[in-house]
Design a protein around this ligand. Structure first.
Ligand code: PEP
Ligand code: MG
Length: 753
């Protein structure tokens, strides 16, 4: 077939538009359209298969196959070439269909003479609605422009099928016919907490009515204008006072850059040249994006594609003359429900009214999840097909602690959650009373209660809960929300503002701990099979000393003569600590040489996360000022238990003889060397676990902001000496877990766990 893709589809779309403009029943029109396609593509056959109930594709119209096969030939999704296309869903072009392993011969169609085959999915609203096929008698290699043209036509057909009620309007029918039944669906927890409210379906872009453009010039102009409006709106958002916080800015800036992505814009322009209306061209680009998303496993790329989805929605609203930033009237207790959500999208809403977020897509490091955590909004993602299962105004409960969503829960379930939320609020009030009291046990042992942080947005909580300082500042979070490594200047400003805002309380900065589940956008991992034990954390920064040097330089500059505390993550052997320390010394020497102020006090430590280092503690302790146990990673390696694997998450208990004995060994060595040892993993945030840690001898723990109150309340109600006795006794036992025993002890002794 001659010509470029644009000319090919424009010609074909022109003919289809003429057919659509004339009156006629949808099935008749479909027959005319398949005839046009066959003629235009010089093919003997063009057939349209439509998805029916039960995931079956039914032959609905054909030019070239036997007419008697219409409504008779049916293929399940996955069956035959047509089913294969629906299952994947992407175009399939074969010069010899018969030799494809999925080919099934259907005698009723009379397809013996046909050899080559080109099929494309008909996609509507992210779901496959059918398959469009052309076949030829000769063995023919289909050109890329032919494939593109057929894909464009398939998109227009999707509208015809929907408008003619030939396929279900999924958004209008109750999914599974049980729309009003209470449901509990599990997903991925992205931000903890409980949210109770009513569903607010995040802006659904109205369906595009006009698929074929009047003229490419007019449509291109409309597109350019809408793009310009979208850019200005994003710029305004960037400038807005309300999002002055640095992480939000970074996220939006990355987003803004993305909106200027030439590839994306050019793809839309090409579709307009192909004869689609501007809206249809944007929708086409969105469908391509979704098709790509199906195959992408890399979490970073998936997130970027999600961002692109959000941008596409925004652009579509601008094209339709609707204002994306227009504050929608949210119910007072809204649970936001969406396929996916961009960071700007969430920030568009009146956040005070958002009590939870439920998404179909998503991963922990996606930008919107980072924001939700910083704002304390419970969020559960990867909830399958949730948008189709929830109606606007449905009561919904988001259990961010367990990754569950309750849709239209029964009254008893609702009442239980409402009571829990209320109780938590009441409890928070009692913690506020403790704010100015010391974290001291009943027998006078003072515990240093520190807070973990990673976003600037966390720092104000430090003062709110009155923690003694920041025991772990995860520097990787600011790296993760940017599209490239922040330079020394950007890092300096960031660390300076953390130190400034901490207002004299100590801050322990951990050097970059990326890799594993914390991939950076700009360093793609090489598909490691076991990333948690792979090239991550200190291994990366020692292999790329320039990154480490820049970070340490920024930290020294940010301290600007004030005290500085730095620790290195994932140290597995003393030699690794020495190598990291040498880099720090180089930077100190550099600062001195330049006449920059050196930190007034410098504390250098490392994390105990890899068991091997415990066998070198005497040597390590001669070199460090402190240690901090990262119980999340330490438990993962000690028990050989992947920390991200839900299936074995409960299998081993940290409150157990092996784990506590290991901690005991670390503490012993630290005490003998006179070096402080803290614990900054999740374990310390549970009051019962923290009680055991203090019983074991820990006098420094670092926990997330919301846990400071409950842990302090526990500390103030416990007796360290009594607890030590029971912990020491239980350490010698052979039970799987000490949890029940310790909880019983706490209850008997009035410890608030
Ligand atoms: C840990 O491993 O316990 C820790 C605090 O580090 P992260 O959770 O950031 O890996
Ligand atoms: Mg760790």
């Amino acid at each position: 077939m001659p010509g470029d893709a644009a000319a090919v589809s424009r010609r074909l779309l022109g003919r289809i538009r003429d057919v659509m403009a004339k009156p006629g029943m949808p099935e008749e029109r479909l027959n005319v359209i398949v005839r046009c396609i066959a003629e235009d593509m010089c093919a003997a056959v063009c057939s349209c298969y439509v998805m029916r109930a039960g995931e079956v594709l039914e032959l609905f119209a054909t030019e070239g196959l036997r007419a008697s096969a219409v409504h008779q030939t049916r293929l399940r999704v996955g069956e035959g070439l047509v089913g294969f296309i629906a299952a994947h869903p992407r175009a399939l072009a074969l010069s010899d269909a018969w030799s494809h392993p999925n080919f099934v011969y259907r005698p009723e169609t009379g397809e013996e003479p046909y050899r080559s085959f080109l099929g494309v999915p008909i996609v509507r609203g992210a779901r496959v609605a059918g398959v469009l096929v052309v076949q030829t008698t000769e063995t023919r290699e289909f050109a890329p422009e032919e494939i593109e043209a057929l894909e464009t036509v398939a998109m227009v057909l999707a509208e015809l099928l929907t408008a003619g009620n030939l396929i279900d309007r999924r958004e209008q029918i109750p999914v599974d016919g049980n729309a009003l039944v209470p449901l509990r669906i599990n997903g991925l927890k992205l931000s903890e907490g409980l949210g109770v409210g009513v569903a607010y379906l995040h802006r659904k872009v109205p369906f595009v009515k006009q698929m074929v453009g009047e003229s490419p010039e007019v449509e291109a102009k409309r597109f350019d204008e809408a793009l310009e409006r979208m850019h200005s709106a994003l710029d305004e958002m960037l400038a807005a006072e309300a999002i002055g916080k640095s992480e939000y800015r970074d996220i939006l800036e990355a987003y803004r850059m993305f909106a200027a992505d030439r590839g994306w814009i050019e793809r839309i322009r090409a579709h307009i040249q192909g004869g689609l209306s501007a809206e249809a061209a944007v929708q086409r680009a969105q469908e391509e994006n979704r098709a790509r998303m199906q195959d992408v496993t890399d979490p970073y790329l998936r997130e970027r594609l999600c961002d692109l989805e959000d941008l596409t929605d925004r652009l579509m609203l601008h094209l339709m003359g609707l204002d994306p930033a227009e504050r929608r009237t949210l119910p007072a207790h809204a649970i936001l429900v969406a396929r996916t959500l961009g960071p700007a999208d969430l920030l568009d809403y009146d956040l005070a009214k958002i009590h939870g977020v439920v998404l179909e897509e998503g991963s922990p490091s996606m930008h919107v999840a980072i924001i939700a955590r910083a704002l304390n909004i419970p969020m559960v993602a990867r909830v399958p097909e949730v948008v189709g299962k929830i109606g606007a105004g449905d009561p919904v409960i988001v259990d961010g602690d367990n990754g569950s969503v309750f849709i239209r829960p029964g009254e008893d379930v609702s009442a239980a959650f409402v009571a829990t939320v209320r109780m938590r609020r009441e409890k928070q009030k009692t913690y506020a009373v403790l704010r100015d009291l010391p974290a001291q046990t009943r027998d006078g042992e003072r515990v240093s209660l520190l807070m973990n942080a990673g976003l600037l947005a966390d720092i104000p909580i430090l003062d709110e809960v009155n923690a003694d300082g920041i025991g772990l500042y995860r520097t990787e979070l600011p790296f993760m929300v940017r599209s490239q490594t922040p330079d020394v200047e950007v890092q300096t400003q960031l660390y300076r503002s953390v130190i400034d805002q901490a207002g004299g309380r100590p801050v322990c900065f951990r050097t970059l701990d990326v890799g594993g589940d914390k991939m950076l956008p700009y360093w793609q991992n090489a598909g490691e099979e076991n990333p948690a034990m792979g090239w991550r954390s200190i291994r990366i920064t020692l292999d790329h000393p320039a990154i480490m040097r820049q970070q340490l330089r920024a930290l020294i500059r940010a301290a600007d003569g004030r005290p500085l505390s730095v620790m290195f993550p994932m140290i597995a052997e003393v030699a690794e600590f020495d190598a990291a320390r040498r880099i720090l010394d180089l930077e100190l020497a550099r600062a001195q040489h330049r006449g920059d102020p050196l930190p007034r006090e410098l504390a250098v430590g490392c994390m105990v996360e890899v068991p091997s280092i415990v066998f070198q503690l005497p040597q390590l302790l001669q070199r460090v000022d402190f240690l901090s146990v990262g119980s999340n990673d330490l438990a993962q390696f000690l028990f050989a238990r992947d920390r991200g694997n839900q299936r074995i998450a409960e299998r081993y208990d940290l409150l157990s003889p092996p784990f506590l004995s290991f901690l005991d060994r670390i503490l012993d060595a630290c005490n003998a060397a006179g070096k402080p040892c803290s614990l900054c993993g999740e374990m310390a945030a549970s009051p019962l676990d923290a009680m055991a840690l203090i019983g074991l001898g820990f006098r420094r723990v670092s926990v997330n902001g919301p846990a400071v109150g409950p842990v302090k309340a526990m500390i103030r109600s416990m007796n360290a000496a009594d607890t030590e006795r029971i912990v020491r006794k239980l350490l010698r036992s052979s039970v799987h877990s000490l949890r029940t025993n310790l909880a019983g002890f706490a209850l008997d002794h009035g410890v608030q766990i």
